[in-house]
Design a protein around this ligand. Structure first.
Ligand code: ATP
Length: 144
């Protein structure tokens, strides 16, 4: 079930955010397929994640070959290339992935992602800035 041990996650984009997220999911006992078009990053993560693949996530056939539709949750962690982020998100959604979570780098990027049907849009930098501000003015607020 949702959040239970043994869920299958697919993390697309193994930059700072995606690699950290994937690593933590494995640490929590889940299976993670990590995908990136950068072979070096894929090699770096091959010993950490359950499976890794070097592929362009805007290539529908490549995603199909990786069995993207079988994953419970797909996290699109591509920031710099907004076009690739949007295309990957819609391909994951159209493939039938139940929960598609997408990282947005701006409010407008996030609005596009919500319109195309992303199940959850996350703003890591914005949210971490808010969190740190709260921690700075209230050091006992560890869980914010
Ligand atoms: P972070 O802040 O997490 O380091 P970022 O927001 O700077 O990442 P990018 O570095 O642009 O975002 O993208 C993250 C990763 O996504 C990169 O490793 C990049 O190679 C990968 N990526 C970008 N486009 C594609 C694509 N079309 N297919 C597969 N991987 C991609």
């Amino acid at each position: 079930g949702k959040g239970a041990k043994g869920s299958q996650f697919c993390v697309i984009g193994l930059g700072r955010f995606g690699s950290s997220l994937g690593k933590e999911l494995v640490h929590l006992g889940h299976e993670v397929l990590g995908i990136d078009r950068n072979e070096e990053l894929v090699d770096d993560m091959s010993g950490t994640l359950t499976h890794t693949a070097c592929a362009d996530s805007t290539d529908e056939e490549a995603l199909r070959a990786l069995g993207i539709r079988n994953f419970d949750c797909c996290i699109v962690a591509i920031g710099g290339d907004i076009q690739a982020s949007i295309m990957t998100a819609i391909l994951a959604k159209d493939a039938g992935v139940k929960q598609v979570v997408v990282k947005a780098v701006s409010e407008l990027h996030g609005r596009v992602l919500e319109k195309l049907g992303a199940d959850r849009v996350i703003y890591p930098e914005r949210d971490m800035g808010i969190r740190v501000a709260h921690q700075l003015v209230s050091p006992n607020l560890l869980d914010y």
